[in-house]
Design a protein around this ligand. Sequence first.
Ligand SMILES: [Zn+2]
Length: 331
Amino acid sequence: MTGPAAGVATGSHDPANYIRQRDSRAGEGQARDLSYPPLPSPLTVGCYDNHTHLEIADGDDPLDYRQQLDLASSVGIRGVVQVGGDLESSRWSAEMASREPRMLAAVAIHPNEAPGYAASGTLDAALAEIDELAARPRVRAIGETGLDYFRTPESGRAAQHRSFEAHIAIAKKHDLAMQIHDRDAHEAVLETLLRVGAPARTVFHCFSGDAAMARVCADNGWYLSFAGTVTFKNAHNLREALTIIPRERILVETDAPFLTPEPYRGRPNSPYLIPLTLRFMADHLDTEVSMLAAQISSNTEAVYGSWNAEPVRQPGGVSPWDAAVDPAEIA
Ligand SMILES: [Zn+2]
């Protein structure tokens, strides 16, 4: 690891430790800076990353999940919620969480994946497997599920709605938290939650609404998780929402490798960059970083429970749920 000025040194990585590569081009196809940002100065009070995808490699020399967790620990990040978006990444998330004490898992079929499963007639089978994975002790949330009217055309919306409501039922059945992906579908997401009833611990991952929506969430006791987008110049709506939602309902996340906070927008994101977003939020709320970190840590544990509750499987060791899943299936 070299000095703070330079990017984080990458090195030998184990390709078995991630299952897909992020597109190296940015949205409009222009080249991205693929170097990892430098380490921020460590937090004095630890915190958590509410939402990350360590199974997706990014950068010109990707860090694997262990390297990312080691770097995160070195700046005060106690743990992450590793989030699946299809069967493969949900299995990976559940399995890695069973081995890694700094990781808890969320499993689900992403709203942009649901139409594909429905089209191939495999959505019900996929939902049944998510229901099975939800029973694993270090799976603590159903997510990311929800609605996305930005990427999915009209033709795929019926499948998204069916999938969303099925995931709400699975979260309630297992008394798990739920992480919502909502892109350009605020009204439909709120309508669904108010009609079918939201799970007790409902989190809007990478909140993208405005002040009015934040008030509805506050009235219903739902959590808002803020990503690096809150640091973006034009994100006035997010900063307003941040001041509206009660402190007890605030979480912070990366959605890594995506949504890297300023001043490193477009470069690979990682849980070790949480301190940047947290400091920005504390500054905007005019509060001490350590106070906000302590508050968000207790909020995070209130939603997902303790990271130390269940033992992880020791390398080569056996665990109560070993019989349930054959790791060979994971790869
Ligand atoms: Zn995500």
